[in-house]
Design a protein around this ligand. Structure first.
Ligand code: ADP
Ligand code: MG
Length: 699
């Protein structure tokens, strides 16, 4: 796959046509255009010259995209030339008005022609190129309209259309650039330079040149250039650029730090675990940029509508020009004039940008608040969710378990921890982290357990000195033939305290139980109450843990219901049955033993994307800061976005219809037609940009 930079994209409709033309080139298998990043990715062979030739029709600047090592994207320069041209054209137009009101119509005509030429060069050039190819884009419409107006002697109208269209073009460029900038602004959190320590020598290098395993030194007040792990020192980091959370998080030796976060008070040294372009922040930016390619259903619908709207209006315009004079013997000129106004009206630009402008603004606002939304589909669906299923460990609870108790049954404490500790080294489950940590403190030498195998949602088994050892939940052990009767009462007592219990067995005997505690996330009750206020009908806790623990947590959190002892496949079935009952369901999980359920839900929401790549890649939405309060926020943002899209569509269609209605009594002038289009474009753009301001992220 080859990528090229495409600069100068303004009209989405034209960009899509350009993409299709590239895809149709011999040797090209597929082409996908990312209008937000301003890149085109091409599958198959194509020469730069050939691309440039195609791009020339739309006045695009195309250049090869080198590996962008820092993932920093070059800004499109402000369209200064176009702005100056619009201003000059407007000046010439004003002069023409003055001249014609003072009676010198000959001089006025020259000034009108000047305004037309200055304001319209771009459009005419694009229009003629399109016309030659029989390719009816908006520039063709405008060119025909202006030429037609000149032909029937309407100089004022022709000039007005040229000038207004060039202003409207400029506005569109600005609005596209504005949303693009809000996404790229995310990347600005990462510094350009890094201070690294190589062979005992401290030096400042560009961030893009930091290698994995480099030692990076951070002074107080500096931003982190790459992801890494703290080697020495301690400090607090403001991770707002990743999680949206502005309260600094305390970190010390062994903790992970992320590119783009701010080191507050301590001097620390960090071992780089990523290069700048591979950091979590760079991934977030890339995913946000790609999100716009994932269209929402509303957007697809509108694009389909726009596809037949333009040709339909063109046919109508031809009929208006030809039928009344030929069939009813009416004069040609007024009907040609009406047809030209119709042509100008047929530009669907406001309609086409009504959705992407809003979607991109909302996604970028969400990213700033620590919510990564992977596209229009997820954004749109989130506002329509009726039921939410939550995983327990790591979702409703902190997921930072700790060993609260080790209770012997047929053995004393040490062998229990030794066996469990050896088994759990192979697991990524939060339970494993807690158990290995506890074992590490108390057990000097690790037991040599072999053949370790994990059964998701159940536990682990292995071989120790010829006998089978297991660590997992009691019902699984029972199913495996272990004698659990003696351990049962003790286990129930621990579960009633809300503990997660891991039973450890050797052969057919339970050695003992490890009780783990896990704190409920603070504010969970408020979040669930707030979700209910947003109209969520049902909240359910799904867990592989035992009933008693599950009920304790569900009551503390305030979910409507809890279902316990679920294997990963049961969680999936539970999500399906919720979907059958309520329609749209979201599943919130941490990706450990609940990924299938997340995939089966209408929307899979992952906790803590900052920590795990899989969660970031697999989910539809990721809560980067592990903050459940972003759920009601995201639902509200989604609904606001849908509302704004609806307003945009209604406003742009209503303006067109009004203008269309004005044709009948002959009120529609050419400049009114283009004014309606420009007005709609401005309205839609400003309305969508309102979404950039919603940065609260709180409940
Ligand atoms: P949750 O729904 O709380 O995220 P899981 O489905 O991940 O729980 O696991 C369910 C149960 O299976 C746990 O409560 C535990 O008893 C057992 N289990 C799962 N993985 C392990 C493991 N690595 N070590 C010990 N027990 C495990
Ligand atoms: Mg889990």
């Amino acid at each position: 796959m080859t990528q090229f930079r495409v600069q100068g994209i303004t009209c989405m409709d034209c960009a899509e046509k350009f993409r299709r033309r590239v895809a149709d080139l011999p040797g090209v298998r597929s082409a996908s255009l990312n209008t937000l990043r301003g890149t085109i990715s091409i599958e198959g062979g194509v020469s730069l010259d050939r691309l440039r030739e195609l791009g020339r029709a739309e006045r695009y600047t195309i250049s090869p995209l080198e590996d962008e090592p820092s993932a920093r994207i070059v800004r499109d320069p402000f369209p200064l030339g176009a702005a100056i041209r619009s201003a000059l054209a407007a000046g010439a137009f004003g002069l023409a008005l003055l001249l014609s009101s003072s009676g010198s119509s000959g001089a006025a005509r020259i000034a009108f022609a000047g305004a037309m030429a200055i304001g319209g060069v771009d459009v005419f050039r694009k229009g003629l190129a399109g016309l030659a190819r029989f390719h009816f884009n908006e520039s063709v419409l405008m060119t025909v309209a202006v030429a037609g107006a000149v032909a029937i002697g309407e100089w004022f109208e022709a000039a007005a259309v040229s000038v207004l269209f060039s202003v409207s073009d400029l506005l569109e460029t600005w609005s596209a650039e504005r949303t693009r900038r809000s996404v790229r602004g995310l990347m600005d959190a990462a510094p350009e330079e890094a201070r690294v320590l190589r062979d005992g020598v401290e030096s400042v290098v560009p961030a893009a040149e930091v290698r994995v395993r480099d030692t990076v030194l951070l002074r107080p007040g500096e931003r982190v250039p790459v992801d890494g792990v703290i080697l020495s020192g301690a400090s607090a980091f403001v991770e707002a650029s990743i999680t949206g959370e502005s309260v600094p998080a305390a970190k010390g030796k062994g903790d992970a730090v992320f590119a783009g976060t701010l080191n507050t008070w301590g001097a620390v040294s960090v071992e780089a675990t990523s290069v700048a372009s591979g950091s979590t922040l760079a991934k977030i930016v890339r995913l946000v940029e790609e999100a716009q390619a994932n269209r929402s259903p509303v957007q697809t619908m509108i694009e389909r509508f726009a596809a037949w709207y333009t040709p339909a209006v063109m046919v109508a315009a031809t009929l208006v020009a030809v039928v009344p004079p030929l069939v009813f013997g009416l004069p040609w000129e007024p009907w040609i004039y009406r047809a030209l106004s119709l042509l100008v009206l047929s530009c669907p630009c406001a309609l086409v940008i009504s959705t992407p402008a809003a979607v991109v603004s909302a996604i970028s606002t969400a990213a700033r608040s620590g919510v990564l939304i992977k596209g229009g589909r997820a954004l749109e669906a989130m506002g329509r969710i009726r039921a939410i299923a939550f995983d327990k460990t790591g979702t409703l609870t902190e997921g930072r378990l700790s060993v609260a108790d080790v209770a012997g049954v047929t053995s004393d404490r040490r062998p229990i921890l030794a066996v469990a500790g050896a088994l759990e080294t192979r697991s990524a489950h939060p339970i494993a982290t807690a158990v290995t940590a506890a074992a590490h403190v108390e057990i000097a030498t690790q037991s040599a357990v072999e053949n370790i195998r994990e059964t998701p949602g159940c536990g682990l088994s292995g071989l120790l000195d010829g006998s089978v050892v297991r660590a997992g939940n009691l019902s699984w052990l029972e199913a495996e033939g272990v004698d659990t009767a003696t351990a049962l009462p003790l286990s129930e007592a621990l579960e009633r305290q809300g503990r997660t219990v891991v039973a450890v067995a050797r052969g057919l005997d339970v050695l003992g139980l490890i009780a783990l505690s896990d704190a409920l996330r603070t504010g969970t009750r408020e979040v669930l109450a707030s979700l209910r206020r947003e109209g969520i009908e049902r909240t359910v806790l799904l867990t592989g843990d035992n009933e008693r623990t599950a009920r304790t947590i569900a009551e503390a959190a305030g979910t409507d219901e809890c279902r316990a002892r679920l294997l990963p496949a049961d969680k999936l079935a539970a999500v399906r049955s919720l979907a059958a009952e309520h329609g749209r369901v979201a599943m919130v999980g941490d990706g450990v033993n609940d990924a299938p359920a997340m995939a089966a839900a209408t929307i899979g929401i992952a906790m803590g994307g900052a920590g795990s790549d899989t969660a970031l890649e697999a989910a539809d939405i990721a809560l980067m800061g592990d903050d459940l309060s972003r759920l009601p926020f995201t639902i509200r943002l989604s609904r606001r976005t849908l509302g704004i899209i609806r307003q945009n569509v209604v406003a742009s269609l209503a303006l067109k219809l009004l203008a269309l209605a004005a044709i009948v009594p002959g009120w529609l002038t050419l400049w009114l037609a283009i004014g309606a289009d420009m007005g709609a474009t401005i309205l839609v753009t400003l309305n969508s940009l309102r979404l950039l301001r919603d940065r609260d992220g709180r409940m």
